[in-house]
Design a protein around this ligand. Structure first.
Ligand code: CTP
Length: 247
């Protein structure tokens, strides 16, 4: 017998389906990454970030409600409940996330990279806990992690993933909208994805909270402002913009 939470989740999914949600993703396979990665320093410490996973989970949940077969590749989150009828794959590091994304994106109609991937990892991972008595604090040597999103785009340039829409996220800081958008447009050009979801991040913005806002930038030059609202609402705007990109 499934756990009561799972029965509740599936019942809620069926009830919400009866609502006015479009079933535009029926027959589609969508891969979503969510949460933050953790890069180990020693058995008890890691380098991480403040991503809660809420936005990626909201997208995965809604994509399933709109009919898609969804695989959610989850890094560290604040202990979010798995969305009903979604396959969840748990990972920890950027390297593990890359392996899972590459595997599941084969043959997918869309890959949505909402995960906050660490850009660097410690070069040396201590086998036992680093002791403070070992002398003065020293520096941590870092190496770059693979850019998973750029790797997906490169793979398409090499003739794979030709039928897969690729969506990236951009977390940008900046006091002025103009700064955020300038950085984001450069990132869209650099990453080469089809759609970039741009969030201005900072104290009380985007990370950890239940609301979000920002812009959707399309590779074709389109720019859509996303009004402040729930992460579920932003998820629906992202999926609306994804529709025309599906092959
Ligand atoms: N991303 C990725 N692999 C990485 C780093 C980021 O796939 N090693 C993806 C994220 O999932 C997101 C997008 O790239 O979809 C942009 O992430 P962001 O952290 O905003 O950008 P960075 O590439 O890290 O660039 P910068 O730190 O210079 O802003």
């Amino acid at each position: 017998l499934p756990e009561p939470e799972e029965i509740f989740g599936l019942a809620r999914l069926l009830l919400e389906r009866a609502d006015a949600l479009p079933r535009d993703l029926e027959g589609r396979r969508v891969v979503v990454s969510a949460g933050g990665t953790r890069e180990a320093l020693d058995p008890v410490r890691f380098l991480g970030n403040r991503s809660s996973g809420k936005q990626g989970y909201a997208i995965a949940r809604l994509a399933a409600q709109r009919g898609a077969q969804v695989t959610l590749i989850a890094g560290n989150t604040i202990g979010l409940e798995a969305p009903a009828a979604v396959e969840v794959v748990h990972v920890t590091s950027a390297e593990q996330l890359k392996v899972a994304v590459d595997k599941h994106s084969l043959g997918a109609d869309a890959v949505i990279m909402a995960a906050a991937v660490a850009d660097f990892r410690p070069v040396n991972v201590a086998a036992s806990k680093i002791k403070k008595g070992a002398g003065e604090p020293n520096s941590i040597e870092l190496a770059k992690t693979p850019d998973i999103l750029a790797g997906l785009v490169q793979s398409r340039r090499d003739g794979h993933l030709l039928d897969t829409a690729i969506v990236g996220f951009a977390a940008e800081t900046g006091d002025e909208h103009a700064d955020v958008l300038t950085h984001a447009r450069a990132k869209l050009a650099r990453k080469g994805c089809d759609l970039l979801v741009v969030n201005a991040v900072g104290e009380g913005k985007a990370f950890e909270v239940d609301t979000n806002d920002g812009w959707l930038l399309g590779a074709d030059g389109t720019e859509i402002a996303l009004d402040h609202g729930s992460k579920a609402l932003l998820a629906s705007r992202v999926l609306d913009a994804l529709g025309p990109l599906l092959r």
